[in-house]
Structures are given as C-alpha cells and as structure tokens.
Ligand binder design. Structure first.
Ligand code: RBF
Length: 175
C-alpha cells in the first residue's frame, strides 16, 4: 500500500513571532478539551516562535456558534485602537449528538469564520474540531489513551504564526 505523511509538512522557513499580536477566542463548551487545545497553541507560539505572552489576548465565549461574531467584534475593536491583531485563532470543540445541532452549528461556524476573515483581512485559524464522538475529541487534543493522540492546538499555533508573519509581509508589499 502507498503511504504518505499525514497532516502538514513543517515549513522550511523559521518565522519570528516576536512582534506578532495574536487573539485567541475559545469556547467554554467542552472546556477541558478546549483548554488543552488553547494551551497547545499558546505554548507552541511562545516557545517555538518567540511570540510574547503579553501579546496573546485570550477571550472566551459560550459555544462555537458564538465564535465568528466574537472574532468580528474583537477585530473591529482592535482596529479602532492602535494595536491590530495580526492573526486570530478560533478554538472550539463540536461533538455530534443525537439531533441535527452538530450539522447546523458546524456549517454556520466554518462559513462564519471564513467570512469574518475575508471581510476583515485578518487571517483566522480554524481551530474547531468537529468530532463524531468524545474519543475523537480527546485524541485530537492530545488527551485520552490512544498512542495516535495529537494536540491539534500545536498545529494551529504554528499556522497562526506563519499566517500572521506572511500577511504582514504581503500587506507591506513584499511577496
Ligand atoms: N457548542 C459547542 O461549542 N460544542 C458543542 O458540541 C455544542 N453542542 C450543542 C448542542 C446543543 C443541542 C445545543 C443547543 C448547543 C450546543 N452548543 C455547542 C452551543 C452552541 O454553540 C451555542 O453556544 C448555543 O446554541 C447558543 O447560541
């Protein structure tokens, strides 16, 4: 069988996040899992890319459905001040139940986050897990018992630094 390396190949560039301003908006639904993802993203940005802890603003909302609105409001507020966010990470965990809620929320949140990002011109990392059961959610936050567990927050932190640095460069006319 042909195999391949799953997931993202690390960038060969070494990004400097020391002047980045990052906004993390996370949910309090499924908080123990969300907390691990937020920690994975935050620790990666500070330890691997020199992002300053004081330049990471962390805000919470109730559930994933609220993420696009909160991101939009906070981006607007930051633009009114002098300190823009270079990049945003929206973090939430949706777990499928027995009704159709999962489908409606997942669709609305993914479309909403993309819309806010394109309309605002601020890159937003899609840090929302859409899991079919609890075990999938735990495994993707680096929790649980399986050997294959991996904290996706780490990837979101890396993606945020790359997009924040690249977008800053692109917007200043350097490609
Ligand atoms: N929010 C999440 O972030 N993850 C979920 O798994 C989740 N499941 C929900 C299931 C139901 C039946 C309901 C009513 C809400 C759920 N929410 C969930 C909350 C939702 O994102 C939002 O906060 C509320 O609907 C209020 O707008």
């Amino acid at each position: 069988m042909t195999t391949f390396t799953k997931g993202v190949t690390p960038s060969t560039e070494k990004y400097d996040g020391s002047s980045l301003r990052v906004l993390i908006v996370h949910t309090r639904w499924n908080y123990e899992i969300v907390e691990a993802l937020v920690r994975g993203a935050t620790e990666t940005m500070t330890s691997e890319y020199n992002v300053k802890a004081e330049n990471i603003s962390v805000q919470s909302v109730s559930g994933s459905y609220e993420l696009p609105f909160a991101a939009q409001s906070l981006i607007k507020a930051s633009k009114m001040g002098t300190q823009w966010f270079n990049v945003v990470i929206c973090i939430g965990v949706l777990i499928k139940g027995s009704t159709m809620h999962f489908e409606y929320i997942a669709e609305a949140v993914s479309q909403g986050i993309m819309r806010v990002s394109l309309d605002s011109g601020v890159p937003i990392v899609f840090g929302v897990l859409t899991c079919l059961d609890d075990e999938q959610a735990l495994e993707r936050a680096g929790l649980g018992n399986k050997e294959s567990k991996h904290n996706h927050g780490i990837d979101w932190g890396r993606c945020a630094v790359e997009m924040g640095v690249k977008n800053h460069k692109w917007m200043s006319g350097t490609i």
